[in-house]
Design a protein. Structure first.
Length: 73
């Protein structure tokens, strides 16, 4: 997957296809190679896209834990 992402960093349609084929594998590979491709605009877009969804789910998890803690108190 790393190789495919690098080869298609300027091809948004192919990147989307790779992502939809296997989201988990794409995310893992993307974050592994991000330092190598960080200068490309498309890689910055994908970093924001993938990072935002991770941030959102993590934030939601924290809120659930806070609520559970509050109920216990």
């Amino acid at each position: 997957m790393n190789k495919e992402i690098k080869e298609n960093i300027d091809n948004p349609e192919q990147l989307e296809k790779l992502y939809r084929t296997n989201e988990k594998s794409f995310k893992k590979a993307f974050f592994e190679i991000y330092p190598e491709i960080a200068d490309f605009k498309m890689s910055r877009f994908w970093n924001a896209r993938l990072g935002y969804s991770s941030f959102g789910s993590q934030k939601q998890l924290i809120q659930v834990k806070d609520f559970q803690y509050f109920v216990v108190l």
